[in-house]
Design a protein around this ligand. Structure first.
Ligand code: GLN
Length: 454
């Protein structure tokens, strides 16, 4: 098929399904088809790569030239980006087609997509369930076949947890691998973009396009390009899978535990051995995350002042009143909660007690992984403690919501790559995700481990 035909198919599907699922904030058929035409021309002259002409849904956190880029917030509800994020440039250069901008928790803060100014997204497996968050629109789009693949971003679990809830695959690469230029900042020392798709093979093709040095991102890493498909077919014999005893303790629901155990049995049949490892500081990862991420967010979000771009309050008395009203109306409740927490932990008198202390524990969490990876090649466990919960079930209890990331946030704090792959179904026939954590820069091996299961 041509890219125009393929793109048309997906656009029709989006038109039919999106009113119910709410996975996309912006769809622009003309722009998508224009890119599809250009891709078909590239293909005709033999100038095509693996993603040329392939529709990809872009999380609405990536600045996209000429497209509304809202980050799920009223604050950016009128913001048409004048430039492309590094990631978007790379997809454009590869000839991919932007099929639309996906819904997300406001400024990527959330685990259920209920914090979006544009309303909640529904889980395609069960429309009374959340799709997870914050990349819930992307996860839903891929699961409901409204796009073959999508981008997400992960600060504490936002690629992996929605992938798990929607029964798809997603990988957060090593911190510094994917450019953060033009990716609207939440917590800069944790934020990392990555792909979401139906298989490890598709993730590898996406990563080949997304990764690479970008001088405009000060934490971008300069490394040789790799082909992430290169290890997919390797056998798993001799693979050492570490099972952190802390992850298999309390908190995990029985249905999730059963699906994880049977996936591990499958790995043993494929020639892997499992052994117990310990991540003693991992119970501290949620408290540490909820000091550091809000601290960084409170600083990053200070740029939204109504002056140069974005939402501005309609009427105000003076400059201070304009700031106040703009930020009071432009930000939602969860974003305000994070700004308040962040401002508090960074304030004089509390900085040492909270922020510095959290930085020290962050280092200990990273060291736990270092010790564990001396014994094993990958670490496995559940991606989330339960299957997707119902819309509304946790929205009034922030701490319950934060605990959704209990297994994912430690890898984020350590900057390690993490991925989720679907391994069956739990309660109410909702999908379960297996979490695979690898050592730094071992994405190819992780994709191999995932591919052999799939
Ligand atoms: N759920 C976490 C939060 O609300 C992580 C979000 C993310 O990874 N962007 O901060």
């Amino acid at each position: 098929v041509s890219s125009v035909e393929l793109t048309t198919e997906y656009l029709e599907r989006i038109q039919r399904l999106n009113p119910e699922y709410n996975a996309f904030i912006t769809v622009d058929a003309d722009k998508s088809l224009q890119q599809a035409h250009a891709a078909d021309q590239k293909i005709a002259v033999g100038d095509a790569g693996p993603l040329t002409g392939i529709p990809v849904a872009q999380k609405d956190i990536f600045c996209t030239q000429g497209w509304l880029t809202t980050c799920g917030s009223r604050m950016l509800s009128n913001f048409v980006s004048p430039y492309d994020a590094g990631v978007i440039e790379r997809f454009n250069a590869a000839g991919a087609v932007n099929i639309g901008k996906t819904n997300m928790d406001e400024f990527a803060m959330g685990s259920s997509n209920e914090n979006s100014y544009y309303g909640p997204v529904r889980n395609p497996w069960d429309i009374s369930a959340v799709p997870g968050g914050s990349s819930g629109g992307s996860a839903c789009a891929v699961a409901a076949r409204m796009a073959p693949a999508a981008t997400g971003t992960d600060t504490g679990g936002s690629i992996r947890q929605p992938a798990a809830f929607c029964g798809i695959s997603g990988i957060k690469p090593t911190y510094g691998t994917v450019s953060r230029y033009g990716m609207i900042a939440f917590a800069s020392s944790l934020d990392q973009g990555g792909p979401m798709a139906r298989s490890a093979e598709d993730l590898a093709l996406m990563l080949n396009v997304m990764t690479g040095f970008d001088a405009r991102d000060s934490t971008s890493l300069q490394r040789d390009a790799e082909d992430y498909t290169r290890d997919l077919e390797n056998p798993l014999s001799g693979l050492r899978i570490g099972l952190p005893k802390e992850y298999f303790a309390e908190g995990m629901h029985g249905d999730v535990a059963r699906a994880i155990e049977s996936a591990l049995d499958e790995y043993r049949k494929l020639g892997a051995e499992t052994l117990e490892v310990s991540l003693p500081n991992s119970p501290l990862s949620i408290p540490v995350y909820y000091v550091l991420a809000p601290a960084e967010a409170s600083s990053n979000l200070s740029r939204f002042d109504g002056v140069r771009y974005g939402y501005r309050a309609e009427s105000y008395q003076d400059l201070a009143d304009m700031y106040r009203k703009t930020r009071a109306d432009g930000f939602g409740a969860e974003v305000k909660r994070r700004i308040l927490i962040g401002t508090y932990v960074l304030s004089h008198g509390y900085y040492d007690a909270y922020y510095i202390q959290a930085q020290k524990v962050r280092r200990l969490i990273a060291q736990d992984f270092k010790h564990a990876f001396a014994q094993c090649d990958v670490i496995m466990g559940p991606t989330a403690p339960s299957v997707a919960f119902d819309i509304g079930e946790k929205s009034s209890d922030p701490v319950q919501m934060y605990l959704s990331d209990i297994y994912t946030s430690a890898a984020s704090l350590a900057g390690l790559p993490g991925m989720s792959i679907p391994v069956g179904f739990g309660e109410k026939n909702r999908p379960v995700g297996l979490h695979i954590i690898g050592n730094y820069f071992t994405e190819s091996r992780m994709l191999n481990v995932a591919h052999q299961y799939q």
